[in-house]
Ligand binder design. Structure first.
Ligand code: HEM
Ligand SMILES: [Ca+2]
Length: 672
């Protein structure tokens, strides 16, 4: 890293090309140097069509994926592939399912099965792919130890936001990225620890193993003798032998489209989509039971879920993570029902529309509402409305006015440090107790999160779907702070065992796995002062925490972005400190202006009419819940905010609706 005369550091991106990956983030907090950010973005994507400069090294994944240390393994979901873009893009009114051809000149951008983007060059120990090591050559502290010493587990309810706020975030996350090669929530077929929690010897462990070592005297795991938490490395372009890998640092692959296109509902390829699409009336497949529509059942219950009872259902959707927790499955169901609701309305309004037109128009409206809710209702809570306006992530325009800010020079790929560090900070919002509430919002009972990981069938029992949905939109989420709920800190995916894994430790280990640049590097990147010593971190991090960090890490240069970023005091009006806010703002700028189909784009072939756009801008989280519960009659207008005198629960009929008559006879443009 060099410092250029302009004061910006010139970096090598993951392909060794000099680039200025500056972002255009303008900090909104006083005291941060706003001038550093008013620069145009430079895309850091892979140039297409180049030849490898050196032969690709042996691929540990291909040779070992079917046989682990314990014999044959299951086929791995999200198996590493390298996307192949179509040779020619046809101009279409609708998005493709795999994200190809959103960018017409570089059709691969944002596709499923491509690389994450990078803001700063990776810090692999060997410069190519080995997990990050200490700058001193000493060992880094165990990720579990960092989780225990630095992060708390106190239960602090948020004074403003509801649990559905957290849950919507996970939906957006699952839309934007999924690291390749893992099962994430199911027991991973690659075992880096034995079933009783001992380390598998280095000689026998799978090449992709990077187990988390549990420290001695762990207050939780030592009770049961667990010494090792399973952790499997994310697959990279090097592992998958992507044809355009040309040596240099490996880059992790993500298996879903980067765009906010509800790929988790519709799937990430034509093949995946055709398994869940009804091909009738523009609808997606649902199964009707007890008077309600449910996601189609998975044919592989034991493979996809951790069901205990033989009758327990387990679902299929556009994303394999759908069954991970009840709140997630509920929002998946709501978004699926919303598609069919829209398709049904459109069919009534336009009897001449065929299945394909109904499907694509309903999909387009569903995605637009979702983008509107995400950018105008949800993100301002996290990034601050003022900050978003200033950085052009949202606009104040008349209700019918489009915003034509698509910029083909922007790479829409999800940035590694966003997905692996910054966005995961909101794991802090997870609540381990899920309330069941009546229509009058009285507590009927509650569920313990770790009893229901990968057991989504609970949402179909009795009135649970509505009671849990009301619970999520009424009970507070956990405060966004350094505390992570016990249910995910000691009991993650415990199945019927006494303890499970630690999500915070996994996040830290994943940071090292992906070789992210350090917290200090990102401070500098974000225009903050680069720390020369531990003392310098006290500008943003509590001194007592800096003292603890000092006892763990050999050098202040070793603190990971996942750790340092999570410890900063928040910028006023936002739910993150300046470094994470800079990464998050950068990401959501790219996700917007790098998406040719972003809902506010008024371009003739892809946009909505002014009247339609004004309707999309009436969508809300509350309306989605009202329209797609089994029988939810009332909601507060602002579902992400707690019920209060200024945000009272009102009958659903008082919540504005998107008027689909604006879609009457608007003949869609045909395309591929
Ligand atoms: C009950 C709720 C949640 C659970 C149980 C959960 C669990 C997990 C797990 C197990 C992983 C994979 C970890 C790894 O192997 O590296 C993950 C990844 C991730 N989570 Fe969560 N999470 C939840 C909610 C959220 C929320 C609310 C957000 C943000 C608003 C979020 C953001 C992310 C991101 C960005 C990733 C990385 C995605 C990728 O690129 O693969 N999660 N989460
Ligand atoms: Ca997507």
């Amino acid at each position: 890293i060099k410092v250029s005369t302009t004061g910006y550091h010139i970096l090598h991106n993951e392909h060794g090309v000099d680039a200025f990956p500056q972002h255009r983030y303008v900090p909104s907090a006083p005291g941060f140097p706003a001038s550093a950010f008013a620069l145009p973005l430079v895309s850091n994507a892979v140039p297409t069509g180049f030849a490898p400069t050196s032969p690709a090294p042996a691929n540990p994944f291909v040779t070992l994926s079917t046989h682990g240390p314990y014999g044959p393994q299951f086929p791995q979901p999200g198996r590493a592939q390298c996307a192949v873009p179509p040779p020619v893009c046809e101009k279409s009114t609708y998005r493709t399912l795999d994200g190809s051809c959103n960018h017409l000149e570089r059709p691969q951008l944002g596709m499923a099965n491509t690389r994450y983007g990078r803001l700063l060059s990776p810090r692999y120990a060997d410069g190519v792919s080995a997990p990050t090591a200490s700058v001193t050559g000493q060992d880094l502290p165990s990720a579990r130890l960092v989780s225990l010493v630095i992060f708390g587990e106190m239960d602090v309810p948020d004074p403003e936001y509801t649990l559905i706020n957290m849950q919507w975030g996970q939906i957006m996350t699952h839309d934007m990225s999924m690291q390749a090669g893992g099962t994430q929530s199911k027991k991973h077929p690659t075992r880096c620890c034995t079933d009783d929690g001992r380390l598998v010897g280095l000689d026998t462990a799978h090449k992709t193993c990077f187990a988390i070592i549990v420290p001695d005297h762990d207050p939780v795991y030592s009770q049961v003798g667990t010494e090792c938490l399973n952790f499997v490395r994310t697959l990279t372009d090097l592992d998958a032998r992507c044809p355009d890998y040309r040596g240099g640092p490996a880059e992790q692959l993500t298996t879903v489209t980067s765009y906010m296109d509800l790929s988790l509902v519709y799937g990430n390829s034509i093949q995946q989509n055709s398994q869940i699409r009804a091909f009738q009336g523009g609808r997606m497949i649902v199964e009707r039971r007890n008077g309600a529509d449910w996601l189609p059942a998975s044919r592989n219950v034991t493979g996809d879920c951790d069901a205990i009872e033989p009758t327990e259902v387990c679902y299929t959707a556009g994303d394999i993570r759908v069954n991970q927790n009840p709140g997630l499955t509920i929002l998946h169901t709501i978004l699926l029902r919303e598609h069919n609701r829209i398709a049904g309305e459109l069919a009534k309004l336009n009897p001449h529309f065929d299945d394909r037109t109904l499907f694509q128009e309903a999909r387009k409206i569903n995605i637009a509402q979702y983008q509107y809710i995400s950018y105008y209702e949800w993100l301002p809570i996290f990034l601050g409305a003022e900050n978003m306006l200033k950085n052009r992530l949202i606009y104040k325009v008349p209700e019918k006015a489009p915003v034509n800010d698509f910029d083909p020079s922007i790479d829409p790929s999800v940035i590694n440090s966003h997905a692996t560090a910054a966005f995961r900070y909101f794991h802090s919002q997870i609540e381990g107790r899920l309330d069941l509430l009546s229509e009058l919002r009285s507590v009927l009972g509650s569920l313990r999160l770790s009893d229901w990981f990968n057991r989504p069938g609970i949402i179909e029992v009795g009135d649970n779907f509505d009671s849990l949905t009301r619970g999520h939109s009424t009970q507070p989420e956990e405060l966004t702070d350094i505390n992570f709920d016990r249910e995910i800190k000691h009991f993650l995916f415990r199945r019927n065992m006494p303890f499970g894994s630690d999500l915070r430790a996994i996040d830290i280990q994943r940071n090292r796995d992906h070789g992210l640049a350090s917290y200090n590097d990102f401070r500098q990147f974000c225009g903050l002062r680069r720390a020369q010593s531990w003392e310098d971190y006290t500008d943003l991090i509590d001194r007592a925490i800096v003292e603890k960090l000092k006892t763990l890490y050999p050098s202040h240069e070793d603190v990971e972005i996942t750790v340092g970023g999570s410890l900063e005091s928040h910028v006023a009006g936002a739910l993150a400190g300046p470094t994470f806010l800079c990464i998050l703002t950068e990401q959501f700028y790219r996700t917007r202006v790098g998406d040719r189909f972003f809902f506010e784009n008024g371009e003739k072939y892809v946009g909505f009419t002014p009247d339609q756009l004004a309707e999309i801008r009436k969508a809300s989280m509350a309306r989605l819940v009202c329209d797609n519960g089994n029988n939810i009659q009332s909601m507060q207008q602002k579902a992400f905010l707690l019920v209060s005198p200024s945000n009272p629960v009102v009958p659903c009929s008082n919540i504005p609706q998107v008027d689909l008559t604006k879609w009457i006879d608007k003949k869609p443009h045909y395309g591929k």
